[in-house]
Design a binder for this molecule. Structure first.
Ligand SMILES: Nc1ncnc2c1ncn2[C@@H]1O[C@H](COP(=O)(O)OP(=O)(O)O)[C@@H](O)[C@H]1O
Ligand SMILES: [Mg+2]
Length: 256
């Protein structure tokens, strides 16, 4: 088998340059050891440094305020592994793993494959962030492709709202929604999610997609003009509790 040079077995993670990413940003020795044990516990056998972002000369999937996200190997399957930053404001990823499982029960989010204090293992979502996906679209059938992504995305939000799971960061969906290579919208990052807040997934996302800045302009260019007044009224009705009818009305206003 050809050697994959981006692949690092767990035994090499204690060494440079890997250690700094495993316990970002310090690379502290004790932290690194503890994280290697947690990876073992989750049956992750290696990390594969490939992805669209580069940090410390290594390629990764992403970097947020809580974690560094890299590709991992579990039972020879490629998965996504979020490694808690040492300087994160959250002391643990266990709560995030629980909320991701809740989302999964509503068929939302990457499948949770296990979580420890510092490691969250989940399904790898391969695709593009929503704005880039929208930008990359060309040719015929563009409008129906956008509809076929936007409607299920809004439906995911309605399911979370009905259950009482608030994602918390869907008004900044540019990073938290990926459109997979087979055109399925996937909501990521349940780090700020909560079962205690009044959920506003649908209204936050609808505002971001159709009433906000540059993405709204692009959406409208593809889907056709949207009556802002009517859309705002739908969102108000939705908030007032008539969410099922308001959702239907919204899809009509948007021509979905
Ligand atoms: N399951 C996944 N599959 C593919 N990429 C992911 C996955 N989870 C996260 N990412 C990438 O990593 C980035 C940071 O992850 P995120 O969960 O937002 O971390 P943080 O909680 O630190 O903000 C995301 O914007 C995305 O690009
Ligand atoms: Mg994030």
């Amino acid at each position: 088998m050809a050697q994959n040079s981006s692949l690092a077995r767990l035994s090499s993670l204690a060494k440079s340059p890997y250690n700094r990413l495993v316990a970002y940003p310090t690379g502290d020795g004790e932290e690194v050891k503890s994280r290697i044990r947690q990876l073992e516990q989750l049956e992750i056998t290696g990390l594969d440094f490939q992805g669209r972002l580069k940090t410390d000369r290594l390629s990764i999937l992403g970097k947020g305020v809580v974690g560094i996200v890299v590709i991992g190997l579990k039972n020879n399957r490629r998965i996504a592994v979020k490694i808690r930053r040492v300087d994160a404001r959250r002391p643990s990823l266990i709560h995030e793993a629980e909320l991701l499982r809740t989302a999964n029960s509503l068929t939302v989010g990457p499948e949770c494959l296990g979580g420890t204090t510092d490691i969250l293992a989940m399904e790898l979502v391969e695709g593009q962030p929503l704005p880039e996906w929208l930008e990359s679209l060309m040719g015929r059938g563009l409008r129906s492709r956008v509809r076929s992504v936007v409607k299920p995305l809004l439906e995911q939000c309605v399911r979370m709202d009905a259950y009482g799971l608030d994602h918390g960061e869907l008004s900044r969906a540019h990073k938290n929604v990926i459109v997979s290579n087979d055109d399925v919208p996937r909501i990521l990052d349940f780090e700020s999610a909560s079962l205690m807040r009044r959920p506003s997934n649908f209204t936050s996302l609808a505002q971001y997609l159709f009433l906000g800045g540059s993405i709204a302009k692009k959406m409208i260019r593809v889907l056709g003009p949207v009556n802002r007044g009517e859309l705002l009224r739908c969102l108000r009705d939705y908030k007032a509790g008539g969410w099922r009818d308001a959702f239907e009305a919204t899809t009509k206003v948007l021509g979905l």
